[in-house]
Design a protein around this ligand. Structure first.
Ligand code: NAP
Ligand code: MG
Length: 404
């Protein structure tokens, strides 16, 4: 069999712990036998981030701007216990945060739907993709505990010295207060990433906030979306037969639950934080969620939504087999390969991505799966497999499809 050729390299970002082990297996068993894989490799494993003073993360993000498409393995975000475990020079920032800031991107999370893993909401048949704005609001707020009676105001001092203010509250007793902000530049990037990704994936876009109560703040988000849509995207949406609409967050939630899925739901930062956990759980499993970072310029970084599966890794280090689910990481690779194929006009590469996904899902549907799925499946005769055996099973199916 001739291997499928690539033109442009993928930016490959390796990672940590159990997902790093899966990464190598997926590459060797499911990609390299079929594709003449071209990647520019960046080792974002914590040891190498520490060695390079985290420069490798910045370099990987810059490479993504150069080539356009990246695939990333889950990585450790250091905390106090990781500082000790890895003898780190510094508590390096989350690589995802660094990359997101450099690409000015929005993260879209979507569940992988497969027969036998039923969503808790019985009307859901297609994935619901959640887009979370990742800047500002309560995540960059200033807060104050008010000890007793007194006046609180919001004060804006312009660069020319002009001052304007609004009262927040005249306190009779103790209380709390919070001031938060957002930036037009960030809201605009968020909106453009959403419109771009809706066109890319041919899905309708919903945006929801609470403008009836927040008449300036949330209303401003609504206006920014509306203006960008009218000026830059309406024609393309109409040509593609797609819809964009704004609705109140309460209404959105009611509609989401009654829907059959198959759309993108854009949320402000806090709503997106909470609703993405709700949607992921309701679809059945974090191990079946994909994630893609999309910048308004059209750079893409694909990954699994879950972390490095630390507990499984410690078992792996003891020499034990683990039944860690590789599906979301496989779909990160297939997502990146498909996009690379689209951008470079390599239909064979995009078709390979399709078959890799199909072989993965058919393996599960035939009753062969990892332990996490075996615990929640509605299929009757199930064989629980460790990660290696499961990946080799997918490979066998893929070889048949590819006629190897
Ligand atoms: P996690 O890796 O997502 O795993 C949490 C638990 O979920 C696991 O212990 C496991 O449950 C289950 N799970 C998640 N993915 C699974 C899979 N593919 N197959 C089977 N079970 C799976 O979260 P964590 O253990 O809290 O975090 C570990 C590290 O990941 C942290 O250092 C964190 O910083 C990092 N992290 C990275 C990213 C990223 O790079 N995007 C995202 C989140 C977290 P059982 O143990 O019960 O089997
Ligand atoms: Mg959350």
């Amino acid at each position: 069999m001739n291997k499928i050729k690539m033109n442009t390299p993928l930016v490959e970002m390796d990672g940590d712990e159990m997902t790093r082990i899966l990464w190598k297996m997926i590459r060797e068993e499911l990609i390299e036998p079929f594709v003449e894989l071209k990647t520019e490799y960046y080792d974002l494993g914590l040891e190498n981030r520490d060695r390079t003073d985290d420069q490798v993360t910045v370099d990987a993000a810059e490479a993504t701007k150069k080539y356009g498409v990246a695939v990333k393995c889950a990585t450790i975000t250091p905390n106090a216990s990781r500082m000790e475990e890895y003898h780190l020079k510094e508590m390096w920032k989350s690589p995802n945060g660094t990359i997101r800031a450099l690409l000015d991107g929005t993260v879209f999370r979507a569940p992988i739907i497969v027969k036998g893993i039923e969503p808790y909401v019985r009307t859901w048949r297609k994935p619901i993709t959640l887009a979370r704005h990742a800047y500002g609001d309560v995540y960059k707020a200033s807060e104050m505990v008010i000890p007793g009676p007194g006046k609180v105001e919001l004060v804006y001092t312009a660069e020319d010295g002009n001052v304007s203010s609004v009262p927040v509250h005249q306190f009779d007793g103790a209380g709390v207060v919070q001031g938060m902000h957002n930036l037009d530049s960030s809201i605009e990037s968020f909106a453009r990433s959403c419109f771009q990704y809706a066109l890319d994936t041919k899905q309708d876009l919903w945006f929801a906030a609470k403008d009836t109560i927040s008449k300036k703040y949330d209303h401003h988000f609504k206006d920014v979306f509306e203006e960008i849509f009218e000026k830059e995207y309406r024609t393309e949406f109409e040509q593609a037969g797609l819809t964009y609409f704004y609705t109140l967050i309460d209404d959105a939630i009611a509609r989401v639950i009654k829907s059959e899925g198959g759309f993108i739901w854009a949320c402000k930062n806090y709503d997106g934080d909470v609703m993405s956990d709700m949607v992921a759980t309701a679809f059945g499993s974090l191990a079946m969620m994909t994630s893609v970072l999309v910048s308004p310029q059209g750079y893409y970084e694909y990954e699994a939504a879950h972390g490095t599966v630390q507990r499984h890794y410690y078992r792996h280090l003891e020499g034990k087999e683990t039944s860690t689910n590789p599906i979301a990481t496989i779909f990160a690779w297939s997502g990146a390969l498909r996009k690379r194929g689209e951008l470079d006009g390599l239909s064979e590469l995009s078709r390979f991505a399709e078959l890799l996904e199909r072989a993965s899902l058919e393996t599960i549907e035939s009753g062969k799966m990892t332990k996490d799925l075996a615990l929640i499946t509605s299929l009757p005769d199930v064989t629980v497999m460790n990660s290696g055996a499961f990946i080799r099973e997918i490979r066998a199916g893929l070889e048949q499809m590819m006629g190897a």
